[in-house]
Ligand binder design. Structure first.
Ligand code: ATP
Length: 369
């Protein structure tokens, strides 16, 4: 079984909010749709749910066209950020709701419904809450109930739109682990929308990174974290130090930087941009190195440092505080990059077209790293 999306596009007026989405999802996968606000995550989820239709493209489940089927026919379980539990119904009646409104021919008997609800209450670790009303629950408990209600109909696919978005950080973390456990036991194909990287990376089998209505990259969390495929994904995942470098026979070179730890790239010679996480830059005291430490600030566990080379190049890095005890402002340092991603083109350009060397000199002079 696969959920198969092909060339899905959606326009609202002149705005194209989905621009040709292609995606295959296997049975039992837990997929995170990750992207900034407005990237089209919810619009895509609504189309899969049958709450909206694309202007072009196809959506198929197990080879069957889903665009000609209603939301109810698709048998989708939905959970939204703002728990839409019925306030006048007890938890067990909320969970039973989807079963009780099935057409008579498909509706299970009262006993079978009660059995399903009891099984779900215990499976979701909310057995003591069955006779409470939603107002008597915490936000996290309500979202567990909302998932129970979505699961009661034995959905083919579960769609969750920022389900933990309104909860505080610790509850979110607990629910994340709980959801991963629930998913591993129940095995329901699940698509989860979030703009929180940590959530996506901890939860998902595969992460789909979206930007401006397109998929920028799809892959396992580690793959995406270690090998962002585009400048957008690199920036979005915190590789926010952007440096002009030169590619020379696959080696990455830049004055004053030790880039020997970075593997060679099969890319043409010429100017390129190196993207680094501040925590992947190691300052090594070296009286002959061109960079000088101009700022050191402690954030508790980390030291935030700024190094400048006197020609306008300014680099910020993060060092574990204990590892940075030898560092002092005014000291010359060699900056060693432990990991990073390189793309052809100039530091400011999102395009991957190679930039002229003068662009890079200009970027340096303008104090843009
Ligand atoms: N019914 C609509 N009419 C007009 N524009 C819409 C409509 N629904 C969504 N949009 C626009 O489509 C774009 C994508 O919105 P969408 O909600 O899918 O993004 P998102 O990635 O889910 O964002 P968020 O994380 O903020 O929910 C936005 O620019 C939004 O304003």
């Amino acid at each position: 079984m696969t959920l198969s999306l092909s060339h899905i596009t959606r326009r609202f007026g002149k705005t194209e909010v989905l621009r040709g989405i292609d995606l295959e999802i296997d049975k039992g996968e837990l997929i995170a749709l990750l992207g900034p606000s407005g990237s089209g995550k919810t619009s895509l989820l609504r189309i899969i749910a049958g709450l909206d239709w694309p202007d072009a493209g196809t959506l198929a489940f197990d080879g069957q066209d889903w665009l000609s089927r209603s939301a109810a026919e698709r048998k989708i379980g939905l959970v939204f950020q703002h728990y839409a539990l019925f306030p006048h119904m007890k938890v067990r009646d909320n969970i039973a709701f989807g079963l009780n409104v099935l057409p008579r021919a498909e509706r299970p008997g009262k006993g079978a419904v009660a059995e399903t609800v009891d099984r779900l209450l215990s499976f979701l670790q909310i057995a003591p809450l069955g006779d409470r009303y939603p107002a008597e629950l915490s936000g996290g408990q309500r979202q567990r109930v909302a998932l129970g209600r979505a699961m009661a109909i034995q959905p083919r696919v579960l769609l969750l739109d920022e389900p933990f978005g309104a909860l505080d950080a610790q509850v979110r973390r607990d629910l994340r682990r709980w959801l991963r456990g629930v998913h591993d036991s129940a095995g329901i194909t699940t698509i989860f929308v979030t703009h929180d990287q940590e959530e996506a990376f901890e939860l998902a089998d595969r992460v789909v990174v979206m930007n401006e209505g397109r998929i920028e990259q799809t892959g396992r969390p580690d793959q995406i974290y270690d090998h962002p495929a585009t400048p957008f994904v690199a920036r979005f995942l915190g590789l926010n130090v952007e440096l002009p470098v030169t590619l020379n026979a696959g080696r990455i070179e830049a004055h004053g930087l030790d880039l020997s730890a970075l593997p060679r790239r099969a890319m043409p010679d010429g100017p390129a941009t190196l993207f680094l996480r501040p925590a992947d830059i190691l300052p090594l005291p070296d009286p002959n190195a061109p960079f000088r430490l101009t700022e050191i600030a402690s954030t508790g566990a980390l030291l935030r440092i700024v190094a400048e080379d006197g020609t306008g190049c300014r680099i910020e890095a993060e060092v574990p505080r204990r590892a940075g005890t030898r560092l002092e402002t005014g000291m010359n340092v060699l900056l060693r990059a432990e990991a990073g991603q390189v793309f052809p083109g100039s530091a400011q350009g999102r395009a991957t077209a190679p930039a002229a060397a003068s662009d890079i000199t200009h970027a340096l002079k303008e104090n843009r790293p």
